[in-house]
Design a protein around this ligand. Structure first.
Ligand SMILES: [Zn+2]
Length: 238
């Protein structure tokens, strides 16, 4: 049996002499493991799909629950992402997060669209890659049921202007008077920066706040979903 799917390659590991086993996030079937035969040979016809970030339509052949790719039509390899270290790590982290959040076979059109749009902007627009990634983090949290409310204090609804605290349990930031025991404070400047990003303003440039924003989401995803983004510290240290 064969079927046609649209997918983004999120992981690839070498297998046997010239094959790779791919993790492909597809629009139709969610995340699937796919074997790509012969793709490490020079001039392999389907080489493109074996590279992370590749967005392609492919034909999968199924045999006792295992998929093998037999044909591809690549839409976009997002090549510029590979030519810039910051873009590359921001892209890699987006793939890691998608991989960590989605169980195998869970279909999520929303997550698929978010990832494609993020990769397009990362490859072809001039936004700061970290700002783009922060917006992606915010949107992915929302899409997957971990919304983090940054608009105002999550308890009294007032504007937060001085000290700010994170409630992991309630998925919100709170003001000093609403803070409960065990809720950690973080920098008000980072909070105000993230608030702008969440509202879609990606023009602001501040490396320090942006990097603190990465730490903020890294901590949050770890606490709410046990996700550990391996490449995050590399991007922060660049
Ligand atoms: Zn409050």
């Amino acid at each position: 049996m064969t079927e046609k799917v649209n997918g983004i390659t999120i992981r690839a590991v070498n297998y046997k002499d010239s094959d790779k086993i791919l993790t492909v996030f597809t629009l139709e079937k969610g995340k699937v493991a796919v074997s790509a035969r012969g793709v490490r040979k020079a001039n392999a016809k389907m080489k493109q799909i074996s590279e992370p970030f590749c967005f392609a339509e492919s034909i999968l052949a199924e045999k006792s629950g295992r998929f093998t790719v037999t044909e591809i039509n690549s839409f976009d390899a997002f090549y510029p992402i590979r030519c810039d270290l910051k873009k590359f790590y921001a892209g890699t982290i987006a793939l890691e997060l998608t991989d960590a959040f989605l169980p195998d076979g869970l279909v999520s059109e929303g997550q698929f669209v978010l990832l494609v749009e993020f990769l397009k902007k990362l490859a072809y627009k001039s936004f700061n890659p970290i700002n783009l990634l922060l917006k992606f983090f915010y949107d992915v949290a929302l899409e997957n049921g971990y919304l983090i409310n940054l608009s105002a204090c999550g308890r009294c609804g007032g504007q937060i202007t001085e000290r700010v605290f994170l409630s992991v349990k309630d998925g919100c930031c709170v003001c000093e008077s609403c803070k409960r025991q065990g809720e950690n404070g973080f920098s008000i400047d980072t909070y105000l920066f993230l608030k702008k990003i969440a509202s879609g303003n990606l023009e602001e440039e501040n490396q320090e706040f942006a990097k603190n924003g990465l730490r903020f989401f890294g901590y949050y995803f770890n606490k709410v979903a046990g996700v550990n983004l391996k490449s995050l510290t590399t991007l922060i240290d660049l």
